[in-house]
Design a protein around this ligand. Structure first.
Ligand SMILES: Cc1ncc(COP(=O)(O)O)c(C=O)c1O
Ligand SMILES: N[C@@H](CCOP(=O)(O)O)C(=O)O
Length: 467
């Protein structure tokens, strides 16, 4: 399998090269040159298998011969051994034919661990084989950062720089990033919002001299391997609920559009997904795009679901590539408009295709709090605000009640204790292994929203100069 850039002007790469490269050198995102299909029988055969076996069968066609059969199996097994639930991503019923898929059973209590635990190990194997070292720079609105740090901390082959928006992540999220003592981990608090952090990361990749000097690598969903690993749980949930013999719908709390794009990939592979609901908080660029065809960013508003406080949804570019019949130069023109003029209008055909693939709904702050309270009262479950946005959207866009609706439960409530307590009166506790999080010393450096400052911070850490 080869991977091509959404902007059409970078060389095609193998899976391993794509994973190690991150952003394409023309500024685009890598996607598979075609979507591998699974037959009905192959999908039916996934029902009841261990999560690890499903992961292997779903990902294998994308990985090609980059990793030997046994090596890939061993890496997958090791990655998910770090999860605290035997099903890895279990389903919990919350209503009539309505389910939450809990994706928070990994080490940092958010869905990011599902992919990050795997790609940390894939990177390690690959870099060891090649005798290479990389510098990871990542942007986070709270969860990617801690998952990346957990997956790469202490590794000789990677130096990790995580940019988070200062004052705009929860205290638990911040401490998860600032308390690891490993020398290869650098937490950077940026004066700005998540979009600023992500723009800085992309700008650093687009400075080719710096990128090559520091040997940059990406672990955001810029990296195709992240999205790929996230397609697996759509298969485990859907086959547990009757696919491929009936369609199963998903509601996905959405920010950077990576998690829901993984659902779109599963559908392209043949999984019968009914509705795919984009669930947004007040930062609703994606909902507005589906409603109006205008993809136009506004300022980022802080919310109680901070990990979704995003207005430039990176992976929308991957979808756009398909919506525009894989016309790279056309994607590049629209992305230039987004950067230069703050937005663009979807061409008519593209809007119709978008609406054929996705539903959308927006959830404001009061609705988020009310949903946490409702679910707690009805089921005793304590859900986090991002998951609540997903539940609200699922109910708003439900459609055929005979089709199971799965809400992706993207984080553990204990990451957002203040909002959750306000909503339902219960203050969710961190697991025992994290009980001393608030006593651990923090290590963090402030960073202005400035590319030059980022380059200096990275080079001074790597080379002891340039500061
Ligand atoms: C808890 C949580 N929910 C939802 C999202 C949105 O996911 P995505 O950015 O893949 O759309 C994020 C951030 O990515 C998150 O951390
Ligand atoms: N919500 C994310 C934002 C980054 O998303 P990614 O999937 O591109 O890494 C976060 O919590 O950091």
């Amino acid at each position: 399998m080869k991977y091509i850039s959404t902007r059409g002007a970078a060389p095609a790469l193998s899976f391993e090269e794509t994973m190690l490269t991150g952003l394409a050198r023309d500024g685009g995102l890598y996607v598979p040159e075609s979507w591998p299909r699974m037959s009905r029988d192959e999908i039916a055969a996934l029902a009841g298998l261990e999560y690890e076996e499903v992961a292997h069968r779903v990902m294998r066609p994308f990985v090609g011969d980059a990793f030997a059969e046994d090596e890939l199996r061993a890496i997958i097994a090791d990655a998910y051994a770090s999860f605290d639930h035997p099903a890895r991503c279990p389903l919990v019923q919350i209503g009539a034919n309505e389910w939450i898929q809990e994706l928070h059973h990994g080490p940092t209590l958010a869905f990011k661990d599902v992919a990050m635990q795997l790609i940390g190990r894939l990177f390690q194997a690959s870099l060891a084989r090649r005798g290479e070292r990389v510098t990871i720079i990542g942007a986070t609105s709270g969860d990617t950062g801690s998952a990346a740090i957990e997956a790469f901390r202490g590794l000789d082959a990677a130096e990790v720089f995580i940019l988070f928006p200062k004052g705009r992540v929860s205290e638990v999220q911040r401490r998860q990033m600032t308390t690891p003592a490993d020398a290869n981990v650098h937490a950077l608090a940026v004066e700005g919002d998540f979009d600023d952090c992500q723009a800085l990361v992309k700008a650093a990749f687009n400075d080719h001299a710096f990128r090559d000097r520091a040997r940059l690598a990406a672990v955001n969903s810029i990296n195709w391997a992240r999205v790929l690993a996230q397609t697996v749980y759509y298969f485990t949930a859907a086959t547990a609920l009757g696919a491929p013999w009936r369609a199963v719908s998903f509601s996905v709390p959405t920010g950077n559009f990576g998690d829901i794009f993984a659902g779109y990939v599963a559908r392209r592979m043949g999984l019968p997904i009914g509705r795919l609901v984009i669930a947004t908080n007040r930062n609703d660029i994606l909902h507005r795009t589906v409603q109006s065809g205008e993809h136009r960013r506004q300022g980022v508003a802080p919310t109680i679901s901070p990990s979704m406080d995003i207005q430039v949804s990176s992976n929308f570019e991957r979808l756009l590539f398909d919506l525009l019949d894989r016309d790279g130069p056309a994607v590049a023109r629209l992305m230039d408009e987004l950067r230069g003029q703050g937005g663009f209008s979807l061409p008519q055909g593209a809007l119709e295709r978008l609406r054929a693939e996705f539903d959308s709904a927006r959830c404001d702050e009061d609705q988020t709090l009310a949903t946490i309270a409702d679910i707690h009262a009805a089921t005793g479950l304590v859900i986090d605000p991002h998951t609540a946005v997903g539940v609200h959207a699922a109910r708003a866009a439900r459609g055929d009640r005979a089709a199971p609706m799965v809400v992706l439960g993207t984080a553990h409530a204990a990451k957002f204790p203040d909002a959750v307590e306000r909503a339902c009166g219960v203050r969710p506790a961190l697991p025992a292994r994290m009980a001393d999080l608030f006593e651990r010393p923090e290590r963090v450096r402030d960073l202005p929203n400035d590319l030059d400052a980022l380059r200096r911070a990275v080079l001074s850490a790597l080379e002891g100069d340039g500061a």
